[in-house]
Write a protein that binds this ligand. Structure first.
Ligand SMILES: [Ca+2]
Ligand SMILES: [Ca+2]
Length: 232
């Protein structure tokens, strides 16, 4: 009898351990037949650029992102959907349009009570194609992205408001990667290991997963955000 109790006990422990491992795995990688929750690649900042490196345009009030031209031109992705945006405060607007207006003085901020975890911005990227000499069509893939993270209009605004630490990126609704940013007052670029095919117009969604909390506010802000074509 004692033997039976002992073996039942052992089986019980084994089952508990197995279910614990399963539960842990389920938490990390929820089962999903569509593969949407498969483990995603982690991308980190490749290069960063200080704000003084950027040139002023003719319009002296506007900073423009010129350094991105050349090797990896901007895709000029346009926001088409956002889950929330902070209401204007006085003359200052926090519309999602601000992430694609070429200005480091304007930013989008989310409108959740907390830090905006789960808030999403969807941007449309137009395909950029041409005909090769043999008549076949070639479309530039998207090789990376850049972000002016937080409300960068001034260092104090940047400090006061929250910045994005980690974004989940989706292509046409399918998760493709996590993007991890530094908590630095500069423009950061991330290059993808797997360039994104853009032989038709596509939608890229960025979801806030983690933030760097601001000292004064739970508003998480993004000043500029765009994809980049790989022209090589
Ligand atoms: Ca802006
Ligand atoms: Ca908030």
């Amino acid at each position: 009898m004692k033997k039976h109790i002992l073996s039942l006990f052992c089986i019980g422990v084994a089952l508990l351990t197995a279910s614990h491992i399963l539960a842990e795995n389920a938490e990390n990688y929820p089962a999903d037949i569509s593969g949407q929750n498969a483990q995603l690649p982690e991308y980190y900042v490749g290069h960063s650029y200080d704000y003084p490196d950027f040139e002023r345009s003719n319009n002296k009030s506007k900073w423009v992102v010129t350094n991105m031209k050349g090797d990896s031109p901007r895709a000029n992705a346009q926001p088409v959907k956002v889950t929330s945006e902070l209401a204007p405060q006085g003359n200052i607007k926090y519309s999602v349009k601000n992430i694609a207006d070429n200005s480091f003085q304007t930013a989008w901020a989310e409108d959740s009570e907390d830090y905006g975890i789960g808030e999403k911005i969807t941007m449309k990227v137009k395909s950029n194609c041409f005909k090769l000499s043999d008549g076949t069509k070639y479309c530039y893939p998207l090789s990376g992205m850049f972000i002016a993270n937080g409300y960068v209009e001034s260092r104090s605004e940047w400090n006061d408001n929250s910045r994005v630490k980690r974004l989940k990126m989706y292509v046409d609704g399918v998760p493709v990667a996590y993007l991890n940013f530094n908590d630095e007052y500069n423009v950061q670029t991330i290059f993808f290991d797997e360039p994104i095919n853009a032989d038709k117009d596509i939608e890229i969604t960025f979801e806030i997963i983690e933030v760097y909390p601001g000292t004064e506010s739970k508003n998480t802000a993004i000043t500029e955000l765009d994809l980049m074509y790989n022209v090589y």
